[in-house]
Design a protein around this ligand. Structure first.
Ligand code: ATP
Length: 314
């Protein structure tokens, strides 16, 4: 038996939030295949934690805290967290590898940008683990190359997103909002929902979508009634066409007393706006009574990607 002391390898754990879109304005498909967006992002209190541990080679493991996922999370270099870590190392010309562990609470393929949250968390963890001292501007630029929702996952809070959603600008949000998040056993693929949008709206969509000023005012004043009146998502109808059973969730949400109901991004997660924390608990119970299994109340806005733990024994 060896009694030699073996130090733990250095590791960093980083937490990143899910996002919702209070307004998702989608423009007509451009020649390059992308749709221009005008969106208001809000970070909500549902998180993935990503741990990077220094290793000889790359590896990924995932623990699903919210039960069986609706879609498969890749366990190879297709995983967005691994791609993010590798991209940041390449940006700095640094060689290295890590074991990536993801503790997932954000629904997979649910329209809450869980993969993007993992990518944002992996960027921050890589920066810290390898002591890269990446500037904020560089981190945001690498994030934008990884995916449209990754820069916002870094930022958190409430922000406007333009371009493909990757150009983010924080805005004033005076509210302390509560949402009830209703997950689905079904997955919706984001590209499929955009194709449904093209079929339904096509060239009728604006070339440059705009944001409703009344929504921005509701956020500035923290007025829940005004927010309820001005939420919107151009992908709701296209998603409902692909998954008509979502209408039942909308009906249940109205019966459960939600102030307003919104499809999260490209779906199928549904968001119920509540007056405050105790209203959110009532609505959560009412949705569970109606047979919904994945229901959780979350506050918003919350902060963006941040370091939780560092174990550095080098
Ligand atoms: P989008 O960000 O495109 O709107 P979404 O929020 O609906 O998508 P995600 O959970 O981000 O859904 O996953 C979309 C797909 O990305 C998954 O089906 C999966 O194949 C792939 N993927 C790659 N890496 C990850 C990851 N770390 N977590 C979740 N999904 C991942």
């Amino acid at each position: 038996m060896s009694l030699a002391y073996e130090p733990e390898p250095p590791s960093v754990t980083v937490r990143a939030p899910a996002k919702i879109n209070l307004h998702l304005g989608v423009g007509a498909r451009r020649d390059d295949g992308f749709h221009p967006l005008a969106t208001v992002y809000q970070a909500v209190g549902l998180y993935d934690d990503v741990t990077l541990t220094l290793d000889e080679e790359w590896g990924v493991s995932v623990r699903h805290d919210a039960g069986r996922p609706a879609a498969i999370v890749p366990l190879d270099e297709q995983n967005l967290a691994v791609r993010a870590a590798q991209m940041l190392l390449a940006h700095h010309g640094v060689d290295g590898a890590a074991a990536v562990h993801i503790r997932k609470s954000i629904p997979v393929a649910g329209g809450m940008a869980g993969g993007s949250a993992d990518a944002a968390a992996a960027l921050v963890a890589t920066d810290r683990l390898f002591d890269l001292e990446t500037s904020d501007d560089d981190l945001l630029a690498v994030a934008a190359r990884l995916g449209s929702d990754v820069p916002f996952a870094l930022l958190g809070g409430t922000a406007i997103g333009t371009g493909r959603g990757e150009l983010v600008e924080p805005i004033t949000d005076a509210g302390s909002w509560w949402w009830v998040v209703v997950g689905s056993d079904d997955a919706l693929s984001t590209p499929q929902v955009y194709r449904s949008f093209d079929d339904l709206v096509g060239a009728g969509a604006p070339t440059e979508p705009v944001l409703p000023p009344a929504l921005l005012l509701a956020l500035e004043t923290g007025d829940v009634g005004a927010l309820a009146d001005h939420l919107g998502n151009d992908l709701a109808e296209p998603a409902l066409r692909l998954l008509p059973t979502l209408r039942d969730t909308f009906d249940d949400a109205a019966a459960a007393g939600a102030r307003a109901t919104l499809l999260s991004g490209s779906g199928p997660t549904v968001l119920l706006l509540c007056s405050d924390g105790s209203h959110a608990r009532e609505v959560t119970a009412a949705m569970a009574e109606r047979g919904h299994e994945h229901v959780v109340a979350v506050p918003a806005p919350v902060s963006g990607t941040h370091v939780l733990d560092v174990l550095d024994t080098l």
